[in-house]
Design a protein around this ligand. Structure first.
Ligand SMILES: [Mg+2]
Ligand SMILES: [Zn+2]
Length: 192
């Protein structure tokens, strides 16, 4: 697929990236963007990237919350984006975890990061050029998921001295800095 300004996305991890990592947080009232995230998302949107959340939610498989809890979480995220004048182009959840207590979701799958299933699904749904797209995340599994999907990866380095494999294309301690670097990298490699 030919690269252009409309069919590239930035895939966004949720917990520890867009907001603080509170384990198994399914309470929409506790969703708040981390500092610099709104500005970073604005830069990415301005540069023409679609914004798509891809999030492992093994709390469903582990029995911490019901799969129906994902809907209000999704509504809250859409509200948070639109309140900032941003469009959230898609949200993809993986509710699975092999061996989890919930028999419906406690199974192996092809969507749990580091697998590329959520990115592939979004790529198909939104007709995306994955080679021109990026994943921003704070875990090795985010970087691996990007690698497995053929995307670039930007690693939010929250965890000190963590060795990750494969190495990400970009690393920073802040979301805003990663967004700036993605935009400048893209301007260098893809004429507008
Ligand atoms: Mg995370
Ligand atoms: Zn899954």
């Amino acid at each position: 697929m030919e690269a252009n300004r409309q069919n590239r996305a930035v895939f966004l991890d949720k917990d520890g990236t867009l907001m603080e990592d509170i384990p198994y947080n399914s309470d929409p009232k506790r969703f708040v963007f981390s500092p610099g995230v709104v500005d970073g998302l604005g830069l990415l949107a301005q540069a023409g990237f679609r914004l798509v959340i891809v999030s492992n939610q093994s709390g469903v498989a582990r029995g911490h919350f019901d799969v129906s809890a994902l809907l209000p979480m999704e509504e809250r995220l859409r509200e948070m984006f639109s309140a900032e004048g941003l469009v959230l182009d898609g949200i993809y959840w993986c509710p699975h975890f092999p061996g989890g207590a919930n028999p419906q979701f406690g199974i192996p799958c092809s969507c749990r990061k580091p697998a590329p299933g959520m990115i592939f699904k979004a790529g198909t749904d939104l007709c995306l050029d994955l080679k021109g797209s990026w994943m921003i995340g704070d875990r090795e599994s985010d970087v691996q998921s990007a690698h497995n999907a053929g995307c670039h990866s930007a690693f939010l380095h929250n965890i000190v001295d963590k060795e990750i494999d494969p190495l990400p294309d970009l690393v920073s301690t802040t979301f805003l800095d990663l967004a700036r670097k993605i935009v400048s990298h893209t301007i260098e490699t893809l004429p507008l």
